[in-house]
Design a protein around this ligand. Structure first.
Ligand SMILES: *Cc1c(COP(=O)(O)O)cnc(C)c1O
Length: 448
């Protein structure tokens, strides 16, 4: 194992220090492609990274005592103890924002936000297409129509220039997604939304404490939503949160998430003030979150520094296009490290073959999201009785026929992502990622 590592480290010096030029020289060395050590793992050669990667989630044993104590009291729901409120205070403080409401999941945070902002049946809501299904599921659940705004393939984010042409008299809201923790250009999005009088919900479900122009994402629109699902960078099994500086709006969120009971400025003579549901966080979730947040900053810094290092090294490899940060994006949360794989610059090796070869080298990677407009769920949902009553037939027909997301379609074909937990690895681990991709590049002709 040491021998393999030594060899790849030497290659690292040859390739990454001299960049593209180094690789070219390497390519011209007589017989290098035949060296047993440079044989692709997918073809039976040695793996660049035979070791393991940091596991996720990571448990903090010091939190066990507090959890056991809470369990023994039987005070498990938020109304019977202080832990959810403690979490809300802490998360608001970390985001530099007045209010935080904890919820049962990111999906419920989004649902409550749509409700609080008065997004109603028959409305239209603009949304990023390169995202997890929950971002547009919640719009459909309100019996509103999600309208996808094309992506900028360089940034993986909603293209602000494509917003205006999707607005019509039914459009009420916009839901930009800070996908992979990459801050979207919120100044441009807010300018467009003011112009068209739209409510802004930031889907920051992958963007905990990411920084845009000195501010935390989630504080830049009307409401910001987060997820703490098990795979996320702050995990609690399930969980979510809404943040905002707008007190009246947060009072509405609180009421709606608690069956419509009065809260703060949401008042009633007696009984229930609003139509709400039960989207409350449990005490157990809050205790797990409080313990996970202790290591959050240290982990976030490590991910960011490793991501920037990867970006600098990967930029020199033909066909590999590291994500470009949007204007104003300062510190992403890096839920994944994404890049685009351009097959045409890699001797037409397919992205699927490239990913197979990279996984074989011990570098876990995956593709991004599928084009959402092709999901079967739209055919089923938009042809329902309710949607037929709410929207003219012509509107639904045009939704299917005129949807045009050429940049996002291309992004979906080219995206490759590396897991956030791998960014918690060492510099040598990052060099392994870079070296594995160079190795595949050198041997690319074997993969077509
Ligand atoms: C995870 C996620 C959600 C939903 O969060 P859950 O907690 O799983 O309900 C929404 N949007 C995005 C972009 C996500 O990644």
């Amino acid at each position: 194992m040491t021998g393999r590592r030594l060899f790849t480290r030497r290659q690292a010096i040859a390739t990454s220090s001299a960049g593209l030029a180094g690789a070219m020289i390497n390519l011209k060395l007589p017989g290098i492609a035949n060296l047993e050590q440079d044989k692709l793992a997918i073809k039976g050669g040695p793996m660049v990274h035979p070791g393991s990667w940091p596991q996720w989630p990571q448990w903090n044993r010091e939190a066990e005592e507090g959890i056991t104590a809470m369990l023994r009291t039987g005070r498990w729901w938020r109304g019977s103890g202080e832990h959810v409120i403690d979490f809300e205070k802490k998360y608001a403080e970390m985001n530099g924002v007045k209010r935080c409401l904890a919820t049962s999941s990111g999906t419920s945070a989004l649902l409550v936000s749509l409700d609080a902002l008065g997004i109603d049946a028959g409305d239209e809501v603009l949304v990023s297409p390169f995202t997890f299904v929950a971002s547009f599921n919640v719009i459909l659940m309100k019996k509103a129509l999600p309208v996808f705004v094309d992506s900028d393939p360089d940034t993986f984010l909603m293209d602000p220039a494509a917003i205006g042409k999707n607005v019509n008299e039914r459009t009420r809201g916009i839901l930009p997604v800070h996908i992979y923790g990459l801050p979207a250009d919120m100044d441009k999005i807010n300018t467009e939304s003011r112009k068209h009088n739209l409510q802004v919900i930031e889907d920051a479900c992958q963007a905990w404490l990411a920084v845009y122009k000195g501010k935390k994402v989630g504080t830049l629109g009307d409401l910001g939503c987060f997820s703490f699902q098990n795979s996320k960078n702050i995990p609690a099994g399930e969980g979510g949160a809404i943040i905002s500086n707008n007190e009246a709006l947060m009072d509405r969120c609180h009421s709606i998430h608690n069956c419509g009971r009065p809260y703060g400025s949401v008042k009633t003579g007696s009984g229930y003030a609003l139509n709400g549901g039960n989207y409350r966080m449990q005490q157990m979730q809050a205790l797990i979150l409080l313990s996970q947040m202790e290591k959050f900053s240290e982990n976030a810094e490590k991910r960011h520094s490793n991501a920037m290092y990867l970006a600098s090294k990967l930029a020199g490899i033909p066909g590999i296009k590291p994500v470009k940060l949007a204007e104003g994006a300062e510190i992403p949360a890096w839920h994944f490290y994404p890049f685009r794989f351009v097959s045409g610059e890699f001797d037409n090796v397919s992205r699927e073959m490239f990913m197979k070869a990279l996984n074989a080298e011990g570098i876990n990677c995956s593709d991004g999201y599928d084009p959402p407009q092709k999901e079967e769920l739209f055919r089923v949902t938009l042809s329902s009785r309710g949607f037929k009553r709410l929207f003219p037939e012509d509107r639904i027909r045009r939704w299917f026929e005129e949807v045009s997301l050429p940049s996002n379609d291309r992004l979906c074909k080219e995206a490759v992502i590396i897991y956030q937990s791998m960014l918690l690895g060492s510099r040598q681990d990052m060099d392994d990622i870079v070296n594995a991709i160079w190795k595949i590049y050198r041997n690319r002709k074997e993969l077509v």
